[in-house]
Design a protein around this ligand. Structure first.
Ligand code: 3PG
Length: 401
């Protein structure tokens, strides 16, 4: 169901569920990608003369107001990007929100305070979620769901609210699904998936689902050490999920059976400690404990030989999906692997997709413009779960899955 299915919206109150969950440092937005990605839908609605009420979560507050998770800076940023006045309510469904919704004129927009300041938003109890969704629905003639990054969550504003009023998907969800469908339905080959980030356990589902579908899986980031350990190598004090080693061994064996290449690093950057100033060396991925730091050495990035190998595999592909940084890119000495992978993605002659909050923030922080990639997804967990083939509540409720 697209916005058009809601009929003319001039003068109507439309609650729009966005994902404005942006990274903040000292109240300053460090990556406004999700705010920018939300603008087309909001602009289209305002352009029709709708009265637009924007709702979102930010971070994971525990069901009560918490100033460090206020959406106020995000509302201000939206105001800068927008051709219309954007008001802000200091609560979500309380007196200030009601007054500001009532005062909203045609073609104006209002951002309500963080949904997750209300326990009903994320409650495990369906009745509580329905009750909170009902309070939000009281503001709305129609609902537009456009928070792609949160469609994998069964939460009041993502699932129950959409059932309480006529609802449709916004332009961002539509655009995201267009691209993700190209990854799942007959991707052009070779199809390479690059996985990084710190937790193997977060990625296990997607690895299982991707093995029968891809040509190559490149593994970097903190999770690479669990793969090295599964091959019998020592990893010093690097990140390791010992309880996942057996599962990873199973994947390595399955990959061989299926003729899928799992490409693991041959060299890594090992540091004396977790700090930008730490002494560090490049070493073989199979000799991590043989540096001057011995068993206390920490692997914090893939090495230059691995970067070159990964880059060559990526450039040689027609479809590439990348989720998760290759190293601790926030610290300059350990950013080279992530930069090399990002650079290679910009050179793909085909479809290149950067999936997720961390990877999107990484490429922007490293100075890459969005338009150098085929697509930068606003959804981290959501795009991974989509690729895992899971049914996502926020899409199912809109009749999209
Ligand atoms: C995200 O950052 O992936 C989305 O905004 C969802 O946030 P959550 O993981 O806190 O539900």
């Amino acid at each position: 169901r697209t916005i058009d299915s809601l009929g003319p919206l001039a003068g109507k109150r439309v609650v729009v569920r966005c994902d404005l969950n942006v990274p903040l440092r000292d109240g300053i937005i460090t990556d406004d990608g999700r705010v920018r990605a939300s603008v087309p839908t909001l602009q289209a609605l305002v352009g029709q003369g709708a009265r637009v009420i924007v709702v979102s979560h930010l971070g994971r507050p525990e069901g009560a107001p918490d100033a460090k998770y206020s959406l106020a800076p995000v509302a201000a940023r939206l105001g800068e990007l927008f051709d219309a006045p954007v008001a802000f309510a200091t609560d979500t469904v309380g007196a200030d929100a009601s007054a500001k919704v009532d005062a909203l004129g045609d073609g104006e927009a209002l951002v309500l305070e963080n949904l997750r300041f209300n326990p009903g938003e994320t409650s495990k109890n369906e009745a509580e979620r329905i009750a909170f969704a009902g309070e939000l629905a009281a503001f709305a003639d129609a609902v537009v769901s456009d928070g792609f990054g949160v469609v994998h969550r069964k939460q009041a504003s993502v699932y129950e609210l959409e059932q309480a009023r006529p609802s449709a998907a916004g332009l961002l969800i539509d655009a995201e699904l267009d691209v993700l469908d190209r990854l799942t339905e007959k991707p052009e080959r070779p199809y390479t998936v690059v996985l990084g980030g710190s937790k193997v356990s977060d990625k296990l589902g997607v690895i299982a689902h991707l093995l029968p579908r891809v040509d190559r899986l490149l593994i970097g980031g903190g999770m690479l050490f669990t793969f090295l350990a599964a091959q019998g190598h020592k990893v010093g004090s690097s990140l390791l999920e010992a309880d996942q080693i057996e599962t990873v061994k199973g994947y390595l064996a399955e990959a061989v059976e299926r003729g899928v290449e799992i490409v693991l690093p041959t060299d890594v950057v090992v540091a004396a400690s977790f700090s930008a100033e730490a002494e560090h060396v490049v070493t073989s991925a199979h000799a991590i404990e043989q540096t001057p730091f011995g068993a206390s050495g920490l692997g914090l990035d893939i090495g230059p030989e691995t970067s070159a190998t990964f880059a060559a595999h990526i450039r040689d592909s027609k479809t590439v999906f990348w989720n998760g940084p290759m190293g601790v890119f926030e610290l300059a000495p350990f950013a080279a692997g992530t930069r090399a992978v990002a650079e290679a993605l910009t050179e793909v002659d085909g479809l290149s997709v950067v999936g997720g909050g961390d990877s999107a923030a990484a490429v922007r922080q490293l100075g890459f413009d969005d338009d150098r990639f085929g697509h930068i997804s606003t959804g981290g967990g959501a795009s991974l779960e989509f690729l895992e083939g899971k049914q996502l509540p926020g899409l199912e409720v809109l009749g999209w899955q």
